[in-house]
Design a binder for this molecule. Structure first.
Ligand code: S3P
Length: 189
């Protein structure tokens, strides 16, 4: 008798790119990596992709060329990764929603999942704030997060609340939301 394949022995695939969005410290990069490992799909971190493309750290781009130049690079990078042949889980920088160009790409070229976070919790999750030019001061970060909130929700096709949850729990919730939306599909081995 041929039994039902166990859940963890299955291969999954994405029908479109998935963009993890949300404020700094929401866990986007960790969740993307965990989800990729769990479902045997590919993931990519947009900040790392940009750093490799321009051979500079994000903090250097901010310091040398300013935020506006970084945002142009970010929107361009988003379109490039969305056009890659194999749809991937892409963890985006927290400010991806600040330009109209990137907003349009988030809505048109894939499925954006918002990881909601509390700024105090986000601060405790970030080990190295020096690499994040826009998360130097807690009060300023709180205001920035609040100012972006409407745009995060406008871009998001799914929302997962990360407050008080560990990375594995959030990853499973993202996986379940994507499966329900028909973005993540099971393929028996
Ligand atoms: C930014 C978030 C950072 C990085 C850059 C700007 C932001 O990414 O893109 O420092 O404007 O919120 P993470 O959200 O991965 O920290």
């Amino acid at each position: 008798m041929v039994g039902k394949p166990e859940r963890n022995k299955q291969r999954w695939s994405l029908t479109r790119p998935v963009f993890l969005i949300g404020f700094m410290g929401a866990g986007k990069s960790s969740v993307a990596r965990r989800l990729a490992r769990l479902c045997k799909i590919s993931s990519l971190d947009l900040d790392t992709y940009i750093e490799r493309s321009c051979e500079r750290k994000i903090s250097e781009v901010f310091a040398d060329d300013g935020e506006a130049t970084f945002r142009e690079m970010e929107a361009r990078a988003l379109r490039e990764v969305a056009a890659m042949q194999e749809p991937m889980v892409v963890s985006c920088g927290g400010g991806i929603v600040t330009t109209d160009e990137a907003m349009a790409a988030l809505k048109e070229l894939g499925h954006a999942v918002l990881l909601e976070v509390d700024v105090d919790e986000a601060a405790s999750r970030i080990s190295d704030r020096s690499s994040r030019p826009l998360f130097q001061d807690l009060e300023a970060a709180r205001q920035l997060c609040e100012a972006r909130s409407a745009r995060y929700h406008e871009a998001a096709a799914s929302v997962v609340d990360t407050r008080g949850k560990d990375i594995f729990t959030v990853t499973c919730e993202v996986r379940d939301a994507l499966e329900k939306e028909g973005i993540l599909c099971r393929r028996p081995l």
